[in-house]
Each structure stands twice: as C-alpha cells, then as structure tokens.
Design a protein around this ligand. Structure first.
Ligand code: TYD
Length: 214
C-alpha cells in the first residue's frame, strides 16, 4: 500500500547522468497542474540557501580528496535541510512535490557507485528525511553509454560526472537493484524511447496512483 502520510503527493525522479529527467519534469508538472494539483519542483542536492552551499562543495571538481563518508553525509545534510525547510511543509499544505533526485541517488551513487554500505546509507537517510519517502519514484532507465553520448553535447561536467564509465555502470546497476528491492515505490521507465512515449508511461503510473484529480 502507498505510504500517504501527508495530503500532498511526493514524486521523485531518478537515473544516471544524462537520462532525460530534466525533459520529463516540466511535463509532469504541467500534467499535474492540469489535474488540479499545486506543484512544486525541487532538485537535489540544493533547493535551499544552505543546501545550495552544500551542493557547491559536493560538485566542486577541486574537492578530489573528499572521502566517501563525507560525501554521503553531505548529501544527507543537504537533504535534511530541504526536507525540513521545503518538502515537508509543502506536503503538509497539500502540494505535490516533484523532486529531481532523492534518497535513491544516494543509495545508487554512494551505495553502489562508491561501493559503500547501503544499509548504513539507508539508515542515515532515514534520519535525514524523518522517514518521509516519495509515494512514487521514476527510475529513468538508459544505458550509461547512451547517456554519455547525450552528456557529451553538454559543456561542463561536475565532480560526480567526472567519474568514469565504470562508475556510471555501477550506479545504473544499482538503480535496477533498488527497483527490485522497492518495486512498490520505484517504477522503471524505459528512457531510450522518445519524449512523448516516456511521458505516456509516467502518466500511466500517476493515474494509477490517483494523481489525476479530475
Ligand atoms: P546535477 O547537476 O543535479 O545532476 P543531474 O542533472 O544529473 O541530476 O548533479 C547532481 C550530481 O550528484 C549527479 O551526478 C548525481 C549526484 N548525486 C549523488 O551522488 N548522490 C545523491 O544523493 C544525489 C542527490 C546526487
């Protein structure tokens, strides 16, 4: 069953770098608004003044000495701040929150990508989020090689993106493992399809969730 704790719907969208999340998010937003939802979009890490400062430390290509534990805790810290400051209040007000990345990014990037203790990361994030989880999570599934081609078109890369193809492959496998572990929440979306087909699939899940009010 769905873990609906607040009035608002909580949707997160995940995937390896270059999976097309940023194309789908405005479409989901527009669709939900059309169905009568008051929608806010957030991105992780970031979304508050403090979280954006943490983001700049995390993505700074100069921070090559950052330990995995520091990385895990900084992502969790940025998340704790956006939860308390923005996400929980919005959900309490009955708003629909669409979050560009959430805990599953930490599970996949730090847990699988960095080969760090997943159960510990889950515990740390439970503390950071007060256990508030998305009603549904879309994993935009695309092979990291295809995603890399898409990313080549974009100019600058950040510290995490500077990790090699092996890292992306582990992260991608990690998202699949997570989708198997949390099948009720995480839905795998074939992100190799054209924009409209991808969106149709997402829409089907939103309708099933009862996100279509009219
Ligand atoms: P961002 O520019 O937001 O990337 P994208 O557009 O791909 O979402 O940068 C976020 C980077 O941080 C991205 O490479 C994924 C990584 N990340 C983690 O490693 N762990 C996390 O918990 C989160 C939220 C992001």
């Amino acid at each position: 069953m769905l873990r609906i704790k607040y009035k608002g719907l909580f949707i997160s969208i995940e995937g390896t770098d270059g999976c097309g999340k940023s194309t789908q998010i405005p479409l989901i937003k527009e669709y939900m608004e059309g169905a009568g939802h008051n929608v806010v979009v957030m991105r992780e890490p970031g979304g508050t003044a403090i979280s954006e400062k943490i983001r700049s430390i995390l993505l700074d290509t100069g921070n090559t000495a950052m330990s995995t534990k520091t990385e895990i805790l900084l992502y969790a810290a940025a998340r704790a701040q956006i939860m308390e400051e923005k996400i929980i209040p919005a959900l309490k007000e009955g708003k629909t929150v669409i979050c560009d990345r959430f805990v599953d990014s930490s599970y996949a990037y730090q847990g699988f990508g960095r080969d760090s203790d997943l159960e510990e990361i889950i515990r740390i994030n439970k503390f950071a989020t007060s256990g508030v989880m998305p009603n549904i999570t879309f994993f935009m599934d695309i092979s990291p090689k295809v995603a890399l081609k898409r990313r080549m078109a974009a100019a600058a890369t950040d510290r995490i993106e500077n990790e090699g193809m092996d890292f992306q492959v582990h992260v991608h496998a990690g998202f699949h493992a997570l989708a198997k572990r949390f099948p009720e929440r995480i839905k795998v979306i074939d992100a190799t399809q054209d924009v409209n087909s991808v969106f149709s699939k997402i829409k089907e899940y939103i309708i099933l969730l009862g996100g279509q009010k009219s």
